[in-house]
Design a protein around this ligand. Sequence first.
Ligand code: ADP
Length: 398
Amino acid sequence: MAFPAKNEKNEGLDLLSAVFLLSGPLLLIDPDGRVKSLNGAFVKLLGYSAAGAPFSKFCRNERSAASFLESLAREGRASEYLDLSSVDGSVIPARVSASKAGEGFAVAFDDLRGKKALEEELKSVKDELKRRTDYQEDFREGVFHMLRDLDSSERELETAYEKLKETQAQLIQSSKMTALGELAAGVAHELNQPLTVIKGLSHNILRNFDASSAPYEKLRLIAEASEKMELVIRHLKIFSRTDGPALSPVDLNRVIKDAFVIAKEVLANSSIKVKMSLSEIPPVLGSPNRLEQVVINLVTNARDAMPKGGTLEISTGIVERGKARLVQMCFRDSGCGIPKSLIGRIFDPFFTTKDIGKGTGLGLSISYGIIKEHHGDITVESETCKGTVFHVTLPPLT
Ligand code: ADP
């Protein structure tokens, strides 16, 4: 190992000698770039110990070494990152800084291997961090999608539940109807015989009494009551009929007009104004008699809902239900309306709000049964004190 010689012209060299001993890897090179001296740290770094070698010998890339020396000569100082080449051929990245020292230059080396390793470690930590952040982001996105799917499944479930409830209600309604139909058929059959006797005899005996006599009034009441009972039995018979109706193409406008031969009588003593607006509609497949029965029932109910008079609007038309086109009849009255608490029960058999003897509670359940037989639907909308509208929809004959 060689030390810089004491030089009278440059006292800085004494200081340099001290720095040489204490500092990191150092070289002294002459203006041509040849090594004048090197210190122990340099020998330890690269393994070269002989002076006289060109600076480029320690660099992996000769061009980089030449450019470094050029800027050093030009500027009097230089500092660059260079890849050094050690005696055993390994490459050592270093920051190389040089400045003027006497005639030549002092060159210091900062071994960057530790820094590089740290940088690489830092990079791998950063990469890992990014990987985890990306994963978290994906995870969050996944959770977000899951929540959205969950939300829409919940909505689907709610819709399905509503449909199920509706189907269940329909099922209950139709099983109630079947059971009551059987019961009604039995009751009607059992009552018919004695009733015919009561009615016949009461009318018979009535003829033997003077209208002003005391028994006459009582007998008249018996005869009247038996007629009301006959009406109930007639209703029961229609209600319990299980044989399907004879079906033929039916014009609902015709059905309404025919039903009004009787319905006119129903409305005779009322001050109800009837407004009809019958549109051109396709025929339906049905039983005219049964459909007339529905019209009469709805008109009778409208009359009863308007004891002080009002308006009954009857209309026909075509409505769209999803992809289906249906024929519709509407009966809108300006009557008392149906309280919300009762509207769910009006199609139940024997449900009536009318006085005893005035209502059988079978009109709507019979109408419901008839419309269902025709593969149609009957629905109601009502507001207390404002009125009620019944919509009857039936599939057109195709
Ligand atoms: P009923 O007429 O013999 O009572 P329905 O089955 O025809 O039997 O009707 C059941 C009940 O529905 C009626 O008692 C009445 O409370 C209600 N209702 C039916 N139609 C109307 C209407 N247009 N306006 C108000 N209430 C009505």
